[in-house]
Design a protein around this ligand. Structure first.
Ligand code: CMP
Length: 143
């Protein structure tokens, strides 16, 4: 079963949007297998955003993601990586399609509420950055 890493960023936590965001993925039918509210350290931020190192927005990105608590999650389901990216919407709120999380709730590219892994390979790497194996649960849905 495919897994992805999703993270409500500090702007989403401060605006009280954790519940709304979680609700969307629950209602879609994905299964939550791990979650925690954490303060991202500079070291973890640098590992998570490794691919953006050197870009003009990198320092701003690291400052922002370490500025307050984030809600880190692992979700499971068929095609969860691609489908959750579609639900999140494009990086810029201007380009995000109506009905996506970023279109509905975000204005700025820097403060775009949520991160979602862009491939199954990135998901594996990002999940391992944020979660220990014992923090991820296996359970069957009974309803
Ligand atoms: P995310 O896709 O979660 O990870 C990289 C983040 O960099 C992205 O969200 C944006 O919040 C931020 N960012 C800021 N400026 C840019 C930009 N010009 N292009 C892409 N990402 C940007």
């Amino acid at each position: 079963m495919e897994r992805t890493f999703l993270m409500v960023k500090p702007d989403g936590v401060q605006r009280g949007l954790i519940g709304e965001i979680v609700k969307r993925f629950e209602q879609k039918g994905f299964q939550l297998v791990g979650a925690k509210l954490i303060q991202v350290t500079a070291e973890l931020a640098e590992r998570h955003y490794e691919e953006h190192k050197g870009k003009d927005f990198y320092d701003r990105l690291v400052d922002f993601i370490t500025s307050g608590p984030v809600f880190a999650m692992v979700w499971e389901g068929d095609q969860v990586v691609a489908l959750s990216r579609a639900m999140i919407g494009k990086t810029s709120a201007l380009d995000a399609a109506p009905g996506t999380i970023r279109s509905d709730y975000a204005i700025h590219t820097n403060y775009n509420l949520i991160h979602g892994s862009d491939s199954p390979e990135s998901a594996q790497r990002e999940i391992a950055n944020f979660f220990a194996e014992h923090e991820l649960l296996n359970y069957s849905k009974v309803i």
